[in-house]
Ligand binder design. Structure first.
Ligand code: PAF
Length: 175
């Protein structure tokens, strides 16, 4: 398993990959993430996991600050679950010129959770698109647990005509 901190290095390595599955995370790896990794390993030759706590998708500063950051433990778990690459970028690598304030996503983003979380789903689409452009995976895996996120991402990738396929995986929870 390779742990990559450099965007430049990652882009070089990714160009050689032909059948790559991508599991985006904000760390604090749990059983749900592991099930996405399993699915990726079943469907793709290699799997890459990103760990990045995406500040712009948090509606409350406090939630962002107290989000669990347990990198050593995460790396240990990922190592034991057949992950080929972990990408751990800096904020600057992902947002060299700031956020994309003009991103357009499905109006479904204004319903359900979106009623209480303005621009939350735009922020997710923004960060996932940025990772997709860097990694260029064949498939990207999301849990059905976050059903609204999954449906919005499916719609976004279709409209943007990405070759990357969005795969939904059934909900797995810690006991
Ligand atoms: O589902 C999550 O953990 C996040 O929304 C994601 C997809 C990693 C984007 O930051």
């Amino acid at each position: 398993m390779k742990i990559i901190f450099s965007k430049k290095k990652l882009i070089k390595i990714m160009q050689k990959e032909k059948n790559l599955g991508f599991v985006p995370t904000m760390g604090a790896i749990h059983k749900g993430h592991i099930s996405l990794i399993k699915k990726s390993n079943e469907e793709c030759a290699k799997t890459i996991v990103s760990i990045f706590v995406n500040k712009q998708q948090f509606n409350k500063k406090r939630d962002y600050e107290k989000y669990p950051r347990i990198l050593r433990k995460d790396i240990f778990i990922l190592k034991n679950n057949k992950v080929d690459y972990i990408y751990i970028p800096t904020i600057k690598q992902i947002y060299p010129y700031g956020y994309n304030k003009k991103i357009v996503i499905s109006s479904f983003s204004k319903k359900l959770c979106g009623i209480h979380r303005p621009r939350h789903f735009e922020a997710i689409a923004d960060v996932v698109e940025r990772f997709t452009n860097i990694i260029n995976p064949n498939k990207i895996f999301f849990g059905e647990k976050d059903m609204q996120q999954l449906l919005i991402m499916k719609d976004f990738f279709k409209k943007m005509k990405y070759k990357t396929k969005v795969i939904g995986c059934k909900t797995i929870r810690e006991n």
